[in-house]
Each structure stands twice: as C-alpha cells, then as structure tokens.
Design a protein around this ligand. Structure first.
Ligand code: MEV
Length: 324
C-alpha cells in the first residue's frame, strides 16, 4: 500500500497518575477526542512530518530541519520520527514517508496527545506494508518512541490509546478492562497552562528521592483509592467515586503537581455541583477532570468553567482505541 491512515484517542487518568510510574495501579479511560495520522510512501529519502498544531519538519541524511514551529517542532516531532523509523528498521524497509497529523487533542495539558500521536504513527506507517502488527506490538513500539520525550513513561497513556475503554493498568500486570455500572458524566476543563510531562515526572522523582517514606505512604494511599474506585465504578456508586477523586487530588497536591489555576478550577467545579474533581495526567497546570451526577450537571460545570475563562468540554468514554 502507498497510503494509509490510523487514528488513536486521547485519554484521561481518573486515578493513580505519577504513582503508576513506580508500579502502582491507575484507572484511566480513552475519550472521544482523536488524533489522525495519514502516511504515504514518497520517492525521496526523507521523512516529512506536518501537523495542524503549528509544527512541521523534515528528517534526512542532513539531520532535522523545522519547516514550522522552530525548536518546539523538534521536541514534538522526534518521537514521531522515531515511531516511523522503528517500523522501517523492524521491517528492513528503506523508503521516504510523508506523515500528516490532524489532531483534535489539545497538546500539553495531560490528555495524552503525544501517546495518541505515537500510537497512530506506528500504526499508520506499519499499514504501508504487508503483514499487520498486533495491537500489542504497536503499543510497545509507541511506548519506546514516547520514551524519547518522557523517559520514565509508565506506558499507561499508550496502552489506553491503543486498546481504548475504561481500564485498570499497572506496569507489571498490564491492563484489564473495567465494566462500569451506569455512565460516567465527565467534564474536562483546561487551566491553559501547558506542561512537559517529562519535566513534571522528573520533579516528582526529586520529591520522592528527598521524601522517600512520605512518598511510599502516599503511594500506599493512592493504591488503596484505586481499589475502592474500581469497586465504586463497577457498582455505580458515583458519590463515592467523586469523593475518592477529591482524596486523590489531595495526594497529588502533596507531591507538588498542583497549581493555583488547578485550585481555582476545582473550586469552580465543586461550587457548580461536581461530585469530585482532580488533575488528570501530569498536572503542574494542565487539565482538571470533574465527575458530575448527571449530564445536566456536567453541562453546568462546563459552562461555569468557560464563564471563568477556562476552555472546557464534556467527554464520553471511547470504546474503540486505535482504529486502522
Ligand atoms: C501522564 O499522562 C501520566 C503520568 O503518570 C506519567 C506516566 O504514567 O508515564 C504522570
């Protein structure tokens, strides 16, 4: 095939971010925002990548040249170049490729845009050749590519983006889908403060190294919250789930990944009737996820956050994951 397309969803972490890097469990879900990658073989010996998020560039024997977005282009595109090259090397193929990224996932706010980009790039480039890789293999290559920008990645984001749905994940046990009783009415609100996941994870490591016993005790509490949350999801106890989100947020605050704009948003969500709310993903700004009792309440939370100047959107859980 000369042309191919793959898309992968964004994600939210409902419980367990950061601690999942150290082997703890996390509960996460893919959501109905997607990033699409179109790949095409070209006759030149180059990998060209363009996107709708203000970065573009080309990789050739001369190295990297940004055609849009300057130095940020390199940081954003290197993992995607690596994703494409991993497939070419594994298949012993030599061809130029043009990659076009069309993202519906806001970048840098903890919604897994780089994981969705790595997963769909591996899948789209792979589809240019005979014999498809399994989802497991695509996910593995995507994690290795993502580790270029975030070297301690737990792999959680790539897993949920590849396999989709609501899942329990740990580095050692992999993932298990969770059956939820009732629908989760979720809303995301962005602080507008972008972060580098790698830098925030490195900051948490510093905190851990300086406060080992406190960190271990917080990790134990976070793991306990995940166990209770999984039961609350399975039996549809959303009041309890919201309270657990608030508890998880207190732990995240203690490891230093909250932000004054996060606190402002949490206050807005709570006053608008959220059952619970917390950071989702790395934090340090980024996005907040809130659980509402109904779709009507969810709309109210989103419009209050919008009214205060924070971009917000209601989300549904995606069940498909990677689509090739
Ligand atoms: C980032 O979306 C989630 C973190 O837990 C990092 C990781 O799991 O690799 C902060």
């Amino acid at each position: 095939m000369n042309k191919s397309r793959a898309s992968a969803p964004a994600k939210v972490i409902l419980f367990g971010e950061h601690f999942v890097v150290y082997g703890n469990p996390a509960i996460l879900a893919s959501i109905n925002r997607r990033l699409v990658v179109d790949a095409r073989k070209i006759d030149e010996n180059r990998i060209l990548i363009k996107s709708n998020i203000g970065v573009a560039g080309e990789y050739s024997s001369l190295g990297f040249k940004a055609t849009e977005g300057g130095m940020e282009a390199k940081t954003t595109l290197d993992p995607l170049y690596c994703a494409a090259m991993q497939v070419l090397v594994a298949r012993s193929k030599k061809t130029g490729i043009k990659i076009a990224i069309s993202s519906g996932v806001p970048p840098g706010i903890g919604l897994g845009s780089s994981a969705a980009a790595c997963v769909s790039t591996v899948a789209a480039v792979n589809s240019l050749f005979q014999k498809k890789y399994s989802r497991q293999k695509i996910c593995k290559l995507a994690i290795e590519s993502e580790r270029l920008i975030h070297k301690n990645s737990s792999g959680a984001d790539c897993y949920v983006s590849t396999f989709g749905g609501l899942m329990h994940y740990s580095k050692t046990k992999g993932f298990k889908k969770i059956q939820a009783k009732g629908r989760l009415a979720l809303v995301i609100a962005s602080t507008g403060v972008r972060h580098s996941t790698g830098d925030i994870v490195a900051g948490v490591k510093k905190f851990k190294d300086r406060n080992e016993s406190l960190f271990q005790s917080l990790a134990k509490q976070a793991a306990g919250i995940c166990v209770q949350a999984q039961r609350a999801i399975a039996s549809g106890r959303h009041d309890e789930l919201g309270a657990l989100m608030n508890e998880n947020q207190m732990i995240l605050r203690q490891i230093g990944v909250s932000h004054y704009k996060v606190d402002d948003l949490l206050d807005i969500c709570s006053k608008a009737g959220a059952l619970g709310a917390k950071i989702t993903g790395a934090g340090g700004g980024g996005a907040v996820i809130a659980l509402a009792a109904s779709n009507q309440d969810r709309g109210k939370i989103a419009s209050r956050a919008e009214g205060a100047g924070y971009e917000s959107f209601e989300v549904e859980i995606d069940r498909k994951g990677l689509i090739v």
